[in-house]
Design a protein around this ligand. Structure first.
Ligand code: GLY
Ligand code: MN
Ligand code: MN
Length: 369
């Protein structure tokens, strides 16, 4: 993923503004989507510390082991490079920056390994450590126009793979793993090969929302929860459809229609200013009033971007208001253990006055041979 240098410059500037508002003196960011967002690079994640160290003012520093420094060489134009040798303790390089600026408040991102955080806490014993999640999500949760364009394209290509799957594939007699292989092939055909994921949960397995695919053979009448996506130029797609193998049981049709109505209710709730939890409530109300509330066992959605699950989370307890440019999933489900489950999921972008689905393929119950 290659974020444009101007975008990186702008993001860093904005980050330091937010650090000023939040009174954070130093930010330490391990290999993660946060690092990628602020540099355009995804460094190697290992026991050797790589980190982006951002002071509230002035130039940021990339801490990197000597043997991996060539991978980040182009960052030298914009960042100080603290290249550490094999016998050094890299946390000491970070601590030295903290001491130099007299950092009293140090924020770390969620993906900085605890081994490094513990060393930093020891080396900067007088500083207060806190989570950087709030600071970073104020930037990343609201997508820039270029980011929305890539998310739109990721969704479009994923939709194309799904339409081709529906036109050319059977479910009955296939194993979950065979269906996964077919979808991966189609995702590749439509240009998505990076970090592809694909849940294929058939029959009773469909009641397990994050099922691990097996060699179970799909039977006539089975619903099959198919939840898949992947990265296109760094940005993820994430869609779920629940087709049925052959003729659906009337009870399955009933549940399907409830989930579809809940998904639509959540979509209609999404607009700027609405609290994240109110989107969850809109879907949950439909499912609860239909008598299936206890079977909707997860939040209605999550942010989508450089990672599949990120802020903002559409969940009870999150009063954060939606803003134009946020991209979220809308994915209610009903899961009845031992029987079956249904989930319908689209990616949705918050617009200036409402919302727009990035996934356009049919949400009707589809029967495949
Ligand atoms: N797939 C539902 C969730 O993780 O929120
Ligand atoms: Mn999904
Ligand atoms: Mn999702």
């Amino acid at each position: 993923m290659g974020a444009q240098p101007q975008a990186v410059e702008r993001r860093l500037h904005r980050l330091q503004q937010v650090m000023e508002q939040a009174q954070v003196d130093l930010l330490v960011i391990g290999p993660s989507a946060d690092f990628q967002y602020l540099t355009g690079h995804m460094p190697i994640l290992s026991e050797r510390l790589t980190a982006l160290v951002v002071p509230r003012q002035g130039r940021a520093t990339v801490v990197v082991p000597r043997l991996e420094a060539p991978l980040l060489a182009d960052l030298a134009d914009r960042y100080n490079m603290a290249i550490w040798d094999e016998t050094e303790r890299p946390a000491a390089r970070v601590a030295a920056i903290g001491r130099e600026i007299g950092a009293r408040t140090v924020a770390v991102n969620d993906q900085l390994w605890s081994v490094f955080l513990l060393q930093l806490e020891e080396l900067l014993a007088s500083a207060a450590f806190q989570s950087a999640a709030g600071v970073l999500s104020r930037l990343r949760a609201t997508k820039e126009a270029d980011e929305v364009a890539l998310l739109r394209e990721a969704a479009r290509r994923t939709d194309a793979a799904w339409e081709e799957f529906c036109a050319t594939s059977r479910l009955t007699g296939q194993t979950e793993l065979q269906v996964e292989a077919r979808l991966r092939e189609l995702m590749a055909k439509h240009g998505i090969t990076d970090e592809v994921f694909c849940i294929v949960a058939s029959g009773p397995n469909s009641a397990s929302p994050h099922h691990h695919n097996t060699d179970r053979v799909i039977q006539p009448g089975d619903p099959v929860v198919i939840d898949f996506g992947g990265r296109y130029q760094g940005y993820f797609s994430d869609i779920t459809r629940t087709p049925v193998a052959g003729e659906p049981h009337p009870d399955l049709v009933k549940i399907y229609e409830i989930v579809k109505a809940a998904q639509q209710a959540a979509f209609e709730a999404i607009r700027p200013g609405v609290a994240c939890q109110d989107v969850d409530r809109a879907a949950r109300r439909v499912i609860t009033e239909a008598g299936y509330g206890e079977y909707f066992i997860h939040r209605v959605g999550h942010g989508l971007g450089l990672t599949v699950h990120e802020e903002p989370y559409l969940v009870e307890g999150n009063a954060q208001p939606l803003q134009p440019g946020m991209v979220v999933s809308d994915e209610p489900g009903v899961y009845i253990a031992g029987q079956w489950g249904v989930r319908i999921e689209d990616a949705v972008v918050v617009t200036e006055d409402g919302a727009e689905r990035l996934n356009q393929v049919s949400r009707e119950l589809i029967a495949l041979p």
